[in-house]
Design a protein around this ligand. Structure first.
Ligand code: ZN
Length: 180
């Protein structure tokens, strides 16, 4: 059910997602790999990091967005699996976990997508130099990696969203301007 809403929402934002299984949607944006997990059970049947890799494809994702009634419980659970896999087996995962409550799915997805984009901006596109000097290091111009106009559920108007980053210091920012 939530997976369908996610696919519709992604389509609305011009992102092509595909269903990996009944609980998982995968969506690449540039070379940024996004996953959306909507577990049917409150506490899914994942026992260890191998399960998490098999069921969620954790090792191929940059960001996993967990859509659930209480997503933060699952985020804590997966983070502890990842931490243990690292401590015991030296396995490294480069995945950022974000949560969206299924109670406020559409505004939640909008926010989560923005946070996912700003996680690794350089993966979104090659980027173009903007006119803004980096506010953090002041050494370089910020690069613009994504610019998109869409109807925001959160602000209830059309917005322009821009994702910036600095190559010199790693500063990243998401800027939203209201249109009309
Ligand atoms: Zn900088």
């Amino acid at each position: 059910m939530e997976c369908d809403v996610i696919l519709d929402y992604l389509r609305e934002r011009g992102i092509s997602g595909s269903r990996k299984n009944s609980e998982l949607v995968i969506a690449p944006v540039g070379s940024l790999q996004l996953g959306f997990w909507c577990p049917r059970d409150d506490f899914p049947n994942i026992d260890d990091i191998e399960d998490a890799k098999r069921v969620l494809g954790l090792d191929n994702l940059d960001v996993l967005i967990i859509v659930s009634y209480r997503p933060y419980i699952l985020i804590d659970f997966l983070n502890s699996l990842i931490e243990r896999a690292n401590r015991w087996y030296g396995l490294q995962f480069n995945v950022k976990l974000l949560g969206v409550s299924s109670v406020e799915l559409e505004t939640g997805l909008e926010d989560a997508l923005g946070r996912a984009f700003v996680e690794k901006p350089h993966k979104l596109s090659p980027g173009v130099k903007s006119e803004y000097i980096c506010p953090q290091c002041g050494k370089d111009l910020l690069y613009l990696y994504r610019e998109e106009r869409y109807f925001s559920r959160k602000y209830r108007r059309r917005v322009v969203e821009r994702i910036y980053a600095c190559i010199s210091c790693g500063f990243r920012a998401r800027k939203i301007d209201l249109i009309d």
